[in-house]
Ligand binder design. Structure first.
Ligand code: NDP
Length: 329
């Protein structure tokens, strides 16, 4: 008899009505790839929330096993870089969108997509970071490449109590930045200060239409929200500053003007984690392993079971999840 494993399958009927089911799956039902991984931990990102609820067209092949992130152990490999027993991380590459993803006991993947799990991180740690945290690191690296050092002045993090925001605050404060955390959940001020925020800003201050240019308040920032929030962040960025934009939790639009760019030389740094080249991913994970405070990782993450994924998916798109969620298989 062939071994089966549990999986979540999202399907669509002829009327494009979406359903989410727990199913038993066999390895021969997985999609093509040259490495098979036993999934030990996964997570629920904002994008996973969109995929499971169907609120945005994340899934582009039906049916689909969602889940864009996993950590686990290689159980078979035809790829020269990977052997049985290797511990690996997978983030993005269309997994959980067009290729069967992380919400299953096994995943068959392309070896070129995998990053070695740093020895100082457990599978759980890696998923407490997940795509949200790895993207936060990509944002920090982009700000650094642009010369935004702590001495340049404060940096703002929007969507602060979310996944990207929580990890970005932890990383930036550890690196010595004065971090302003913008949140709609001011009741989470203590949590954000524990992570390293020096100041809390009510996100309402950034949610109205932006002036072309505002008072210079920060040297740069990490924006997970988009729309008016990002427009306000740009208009209040000081001369020569830079903002790393990675998210759209507040909207996909960007109602701004060219004023911050042409009058203050502000740069908007676009961050994509999904198709980021392998060398950049390896650098981000090497730095996360070395620089992310383990106590803060514990503070910002909670653990749920596999069967709790659909509920967490609904909660994250409603902005109800604080920090990061780890799913232990
Ligand atoms: P979370 O849901 O964990 O965090 C998003 C946070 O944004 C919320 O916690 C909330 O923060 C804030 N927020 C939510 N809705 C609104 C709103 N309407 N107006 C203003 N603020 C709002 O998601 P993640 O941290 O996982 O992801 C954040 C964003 O980054 C998402 O849009 C996601 O798709 C994107 N992303 C992009 C990646 C890339 O490769 N470019 C990779 C990973 C994520 P608070 O409660 O503190 O106000």
């Amino acid at each position: 008899m062939t071994d089966t494993f549990r999986a979540i399958l999202v399907s669509r009927d002829d009327d494009k009505k979406q359903s989410v089911d727990f199913v038993d799956m066999r390895e021969d039902e997985l999609m093509e790839g040259d490495v098979t991984v036993a999934v030990e931990a996964t997570t629920v990102n904002y994008k996973d929330g969109l995929a499971i609820t169907g609120m945005a067209p994340v899934v582009r092949r039906w049916p689909m096993v969602p889940g864009i992130d996993l950590a686990g152990t290689v159980v078979s490999s035809d790829h020269p870089d990977w052997q049985n027993g290797d511990r690996v991380i997978l983030n993005g590459w269309g997994v959980g969108e067009t290729h069967y993803g992380a919400y299953a006991g096994r995943a068959r993947l392309k070896g070129d997509w995998l990053v070695r799990l740093p020895s100082s991180l457990s599978a759980r740690d890696a998923m407490a970071v997940g795509t949200a945290g790895y993207t936060a690191m990509l944002c920090v690296m982009a700000l650094e490449r642009h010369g935004i050092e702590p001495a340049r002045g404060p940096v703002i993090v929007t969507g602060a109590a979310g996944g990207v925001g929580s990890v970005a605050i932890s990383l930036l404060s550890r690196l010595g930045y004065h971090v302003i955390a913008s949140t709609g959940r001011t009741a989470e001020a203590d949590y954000l200060r524990d992570l390293g925020a020096a100041e809390i800003l009510d996100r309402a201050e950034l949610s109205s239409p932006a002036k072309p240019i505002g008072k210079e308040r920060w040297a740069g920032g990490v924006d997970a929200v988009g729309s008016h929030t990002l427009a306000n962040v740009l208009s209040m960025t000081s001369y020569g500053g830079a903002v790393a934009a990675c998210g759209l939790a507040g909207g996909m639009d960007l109602p701004t003007s060219v004023a911050p760019f042409i009058l203050r030389g502000v740069c908007l740094l676009g961050i994509d984690s999904v198709m980021a080249p392998r060398a950049l991913r390896e650098e981000a994970w090497r730095r996360l392993a070395g620089e992310l405070d383990h106590d803060k990782l514990a503070t910002l993450s909670t653990t749920i079971g596999f069967e709790d994924i659909p509920a967490a998916a609904r909660d994250i798109v409603e902005g109800k999840i604080r920090g990061r969620v780890v799913v232990e298989m």
